[in-house]
Design a protein around this ligand. Sequence first.
Ligand SMILES: Nc1ncnc2c1ncn2[C@@H]1O[C@H](COP(=O)(O)OP(=O)(O)OP(=O)(O)O)[C@@H](O)[C@H]1O
Ligand SMILES: Cc1ncc(C[n+]2csc(CCO)c2C)c(N)n1
Length: 241
Amino acid sequence: MNQSLFCISKLLQGLPRSLSLLLLNGESFSASLVSRLWQSAAFTVCADGGSNRLFDCFGTDQRDRFVPNVIKGDFDSIRPEVIKYYASKKVNIIQNSNQFYNDFEKCLGSIEPNIEDLPTVVLGGIGGRMDQQLANIHILHKFLPRKIYLLSLDQVMWLLPGGKHCIVCSKDIEGPLCGLIPIGSICREATTTGLRWNLDHQPLSFGSFISSSNEIVDSFVEIETSDTLLWWSELKLRNIL
Ligand SMILES: Nc1ncnc2c1ncn2[C@@H]1O[C@H](COP(=O)(O)OP(=O)(O)OP(=O)(O)O)[C@@H](O)[C@H]1O
Ligand SMILES: Cc1ncc(C[n+]2csc(CCO)c2C)c(N)n1
């Protein structure tokens, strides 16, 4: 049975070589969030236009402190000046023009096997385009059981495979809003504690019942689920970073 314990403060505490960091092109990044995660990153990779976002995030005085290990994608979005800059910093720049896999998936494939067991934090994966966001969630499914978190200053989401999960929630950082979404498969039953509207052996599926606009009320949220669910919660990282 799958079991997991998640604590966002741990992910953000700056422990060296504790995660891999993947930068996508769905939204611009907060420099303070990138700096914080960079301290912990054993491996950093930008997907195509994600490298423009990284380049734009820092001025000329700071940019060379944030040079990724790899830039990968079909390169229909990366700007020429950005390729030129990172090439001059000896970044491993890999063009892959396959039009059946998106750049996020291509980048996950470039994370070295010895780092695959670390959690992967993804910035820029929650952006304006619904098809891209759904594709990103599809890729979370495809790469299970890897732990991949789609993160921004305001929200986080990841997949909970069938099993028992505990999420440590700090009032200053997480919530109150949260959701348990059966995206990708139906969930035969889920049971929770720590939420305003808990589930008790509740089946979830699109068209019958999902738990959106729920609220975190305890510092531990426990979820037991028969099948994979997407956990989503609001974050207040703007207040602390
Ligand atoms: N609006 C968005 N919302 C969420 N994720 C996005 C969005 N735009 C891009 N991404 C993510 O960033 C990655 C790189 O995107 P980029 O814009 O550089 O290339 P693209 O040509 O749009 O994407 P792809 O070639 O992967 O289809 C995408 O693979 C996707 O995962
Ligand atoms: C049925 C089907 N639908 C869409 C695409 C196109 N496509 C899928 S992923 C991707 C991004 C490449 O970076 C593109 C263009 C396809 N190939 N097959």
